[in-house]
Design a protein around this ligand. Sequence first.
Ligand SMILES: Nc1ncnc2c1ncn2[C@@H]1O[C@H](COP(=O)(O)OP(=O)(O)OP(=O)(O)O)[C@@H](O)[C@H]1O
Ligand SMILES: C[C@@](O)(CCOP(=O)(O)OP(=O)(O)O)CC(=O)O
Length: 404
Amino acid sequence: MTSSPIYIATVSAPTNIACIKYWGKADAHYNTPTNDSVSVTLDQADLKAVTTVAASASFTNDRLWLNGVEEDVSQNKRFRACIDGVKALAKEPERWKDLFVHVSSYNTFPTAAGLASSAAGYAALVAALAELMDAQEEYVGQLSTIARQGSGSACRSLYGGFVAWKQGTAAGNKSPWDNSMAVQIATEQHWPEIRALILVVSDAKKDTSSTAGMSTSVATSTLLQHRIKSVVPERMEAIEKAFLAKDFEAFGQLTMKDSNSFHAVCMDTYPPIFYMNDISRMVVRIVHAYNAWAGDIRAAYTFDAGPNAVLYTLEQYAVEIGALMLHYFPADSENYINRSDYANEVAAFELDSALLAATDKTGRSPTAGDVKRMYYTQSGPGPQVLDMDQANLDPTTGLNTYAP
Ligand SMILES: Nc1ncnc2c1ncn2[C@@H]1O[C@H](COP(=O)(O)OP(=O)(O)OP(=O)(O)O)[C@@H](O)[C@H]1O
Ligand SMILES: C[C@@](O)(CCOP(=O)(O)OP(=O)(O)O)CC(=O)O
């Protein structure tokens, strides 16, 4: 028996949480959006997808293990588009074109729960394949057009910092939508004080996927058309300006308004889609009460296609907002907050009594269990190539080695 060599690469990729949301597809086949969007890339020290890819002439089909469990990818067009897209950009395409690929990926946070696992996952897949096959972009951003076909928001996870996804044009330069891609607006070093606090309200799989929800919104929501034409273009310009000027007041307000606009579109969809729940709405009220007490925007909420809250803030207020959230949503488990140093600071922080009097008016009283976990993080870089010892596939068999 001749054994063929197994080529292997491992990459980690970040999640991102949009401030101006992508909601609606212009072209379902190419997976392009009805509007531009922009997000903050989060730090992989706290949340990431880790993906190992291997290719060998000894493999008999393409295989994917997600969080240690094998998934059937034979009909998965998104997975296919990523593999074929990167193969076409390989430095030596002939060498890879007929090889099957094994993929093992895991997320260090809940999968399919509105925390952008598909964004991190498809960004990691494309970046790992690109590393393995030494893919050569014909223009900057081309790999992001491939990740976009895995999951739209994944294109933004190929860069760190503050990243826009430009809608692009159906005509494109060479092929349709080849300019629907991610563009880095600022690196993670530009505004290092930006922080994010994620409140996991539910880690269950959501009942309406983003893809299905968007399709119903495009078909039925008149408010979505208004959002696309009249709301998002101005907001994109304003938020990029605010981010570059490190103007948290403007950045925060635009972020909150756009989250509200997106969820209003969900409500305007027929039948309506409800991603936020009573706990999400309580977080919104507490944040507004906090900002009103401060006389300034110190925290800004945003919600994706699920009830989990992401609060953007600045380093100087991060302990205060964390303490406020911990007060109303107390811990009911070990390691409730991902970072222990931050958790200790938050637990020791004494909240101003006037602030608590103001936030008590929301009607919330401290109750454990409504928030399952908190992640404190900051902005971080794009995908990172990892060493061989971090691989999740056995280099001699090409089979999964990751167990949750
Ligand atoms: N690490 C990964 N590698 C490859 N695919 C992944 C990975 N993580 C998630 N996925 C794919 O993405 C799907 C989850 O995407 P979905 O959009 O439902 O949830 P989400 O990304 O967590 O939430 P949202 O996009 O609304 O923030 C999974 O079922 C899987 O197919
Ligand atoms: C609400 C959002 O998080 C929607 C993300 O949708 P996906 O990128 O998950 O959708 P698909 O392209 O169908 O995979 C907003 C955003 O991230 O911009």
